[in-house]
Design a protein around this ligand. Structure first.
Ligand code: C2E
Ligand code: MG
Ligand code: MG
Length: 532
């Protein structure tokens, strides 16, 4: 029996089922031959044939008969072989189709189901049970800081991290739901429940805890965490498309509120989303109609109190909403690729304004991290300087630490090219991101701008004062200028002066104002006014 099994499995590479099918086919063939033979005997066809061959011996019918029999046997053998081959081909095709089906529905890196699978599974579950009192929660999970880790430690570590997180999610859900990788560092979960929404919230809490535990990959212990958005079916929507969109909105709120948490979708979140869509549409028009204008905030020499230059800060003069601040529209411009035209619009306007100001004054323009990926960035800046006749030595660009973790090599090249043109480069909001001594040393910078969060609390919290002192010491030893952002009082001003900080900026020294006000001020600051 055992030997027969082996035979079954190995015979011409056919499976046991296929082999059984083959035997069936052969049995049918055999029955057909036996029936034909019986009918031939029954109707005395053979006697008739022999009589005929005897009567017409010269026709050599018996030889013809032998030949026909031989041909029949050959044909039979050929049919058997053909049947076997066909079966094998069908099986291989089925296997290929199965693996294509599998691949099309799974993520190659983590082995988890993919977006397509999730959609199919949702429809299947909906058809089976949503009507029968069961409900379903849709989770959208986005890993926090993943991009930074990927950029700093490389894609190999990033991939391992995704695999580890996928495993944790799978372990947390078990057989109660379906985890899928939606793409990048985003995962989606379908979770069915019938005991009230509490268990769905408990699961969200569990996922948050699980994902915030440190992961060890490639000898590194990394802490990521995740932001989770939740939407319920029925309630928030009937289609997975709608539910995922709402979970996405909730997830973004979770990210904004407090990284490493979760939020359940609420209708007012949708209103915010609608507002964002409106702003996005208006922003396109605003750039075209030049409604975004530069305001200027003085950068002051702390020892003499004289203005050295201005930081250029964008303001949107919205026809209905009034003045819209950068915190609202810069992220939209960054997400939608409008940041480049916006920057060039502001720079062109600022160069045109500042061209006629005293030669000693410079302007400092903010660049967004994504702009460093534009290979034409330096050429475009140069083109604007040439067109407006503004000397490069009077321009400073501010880059944030987030630009550095993207692609250090590219940033280094851009910084090098800008400095070759005579443009100065400042590192903005220093101390809040991922950069450190390595970046300060590697990049050929001119200035470090100490983030205002340290300056604001330096008098009340000794720890912040120590950080400010350390950054000042560090920049001095590297030959960099230091600018303190966010000086809001005379006490902070005096303390920074004592610590040897050269340049300052803040409401105490001057608010960001339009070009006309700058000109009216005669480029001097009025501290008495700000103290009052
Ligand atoms: P930033 O580059 O760090 O600019 C300084 C921000 O701090 C400005 O906010 C300024 O008004 C504010 N500020 C200055 N002094 C004080 C102070 O004493 N106290 C407090 N609390 N705040 C002070 P603003 O104009 O709202 O801009 C916010 C951020 O938006 C900027 O931060 C910059 O990162 C970005 N941004 C503004 N304009 C542009 C732009 O044209 N392009 C790009 N890419 N980013 C821009
Ligand atoms: Mg800045
Ligand atoms: Mg800043």
């Amino acid at each position: 029996m055992a030997r027969l099994k082996v035979f079954n499995r190995s015979f011409h590479g056919l499976s046991r089922r296929e082999h059984r099918g083959l035997i069936n086919d052969l049995v049918i063939l055999f029955i057909f031959i036996v029936v034909s033979f019986t009918l031939a005997v029954q109707f005395e066809l053979f006697e008739a044939f022999f009589e005929l061959s005897r009567a017409y011996e010269e026709w050599e019918l018996d030889e013809l008969f032998t030949l026909t029999m031989l041909l029949g046997a050959g044909l039979l053998l050929f049919s058997v072989r053909r049947i076997v081959e066909l079966k094998r081909e069908i099986r291989q095709r089925q296997q290929a189709e199965e693996s294509a089906h599998q691949l099309a529905r799974h993520d190659a890196l983590t082995g988890l189901p993919n977006r397509r699978f999730l959609f199919e599974d949702f429809e299947r579950r909906k058809g089976l049970s949503f009507g029968g009192g069961k409900a379903c929660a849709v989770y959208l999970i986005d890993l926090d800081h993943f991009k930074a880790v990927n950029d700093v430690h490389g894609h190999g570590i990033g991939d391992q991290l995704l695999q580890a997180m996928a495993e944790r999610l799978q372990g947390a859900i078990g057989a109660d739901g379906l985890v899928a990788r939606m793409g990048g560092d985003e995962f989606g979960i379908l979770y069915e429940f019938d005991r009230g929404a509490d268990c769905a919230l408990r699961l969200a809490r569990r996922l948050t805890t699980t994902l915030s535990r440190p992961v060890t990959v490639g000898g590194l212990s990394l802490e990521l965490g995740a932001s989770i958005g939740l939407a319920f079916c029925p309630g928030d929507g009937d289609t997975l498309h709608d539910l995922l969109r709402k979970a996405d909105v909730a997830m973004y709120r979770a990210k904004e509120d407090d990284k490493g948490g979760f939020r359940v979708f609420e209708t007012e979140m949708d209103d915010l989303l609608r507002e964002r869509v409106e702003l996005e549409r208006d922003l396109r028009e605003a750039i075209r109609a030049k409604q975004i204008v530069p305001h200027y905030q003085p950068l002051v020499d702390l020892s003499s109190g004289s203005t050295l230059g201005y930081e250029v800060l964008s303001r949107w003069r919205h026809p209905e909403r009034g003045m819209v601040m950068p915190v609202t529209f810069i992220p939209i411009a960054e997400d939608t690729g409008m940041i480049a035209p916006l920057t060039y619009l502001i720079l062109r306007q600022a160069c045109a304004d500042a061209k006629d100001w005293p030669e000693r004054l410079f302007i400092s323009v903010n660049l967004s991290p994504s702009q460093f990926l534009d290979p034409w960035l330096v050429e475009k800046l140069l083109q604007i300087l040439t067109e407006t006749g503004f000397p490069p030595r009077r321009l400073e660009v501010e880059i944030t630490e987030n630009a550095l973790i993207q692609d250090m090599k590219k940033v280094k090249t851009v910084v090098g090219s800008l400095r070759n043109l005579g443009v100065r480069v400042a590192l903005d909001d220093f101390g809040t991101g991922y950069s450190g001594l390595y970046h300060l040393r590697e990049l050929d910078l001119d200035t470090v701008k100490i983030d205002r969060s340290f300056i604001r609390r330096m008098l009340s919290e000794p720890q912040h004062a120590r950080i400010v002192e350390a950054i000042l010491g560090l920049s001095k030893s590297l030959g960099l200028d230091a600018t303190a952002e966010g000086i809001e009082s005379g006490e902070v001003y005096d303390r920074l002066k004592e610590l040897g900080c050269q340049v300052g900026q803040g409401y105490y020294l001057g608010m960001p104002v339009p070009a006309d006000d700058v000109v009216r001020s005669g480029h001097t600051i009025d501290l008495a006014k700000n103290v009052a």
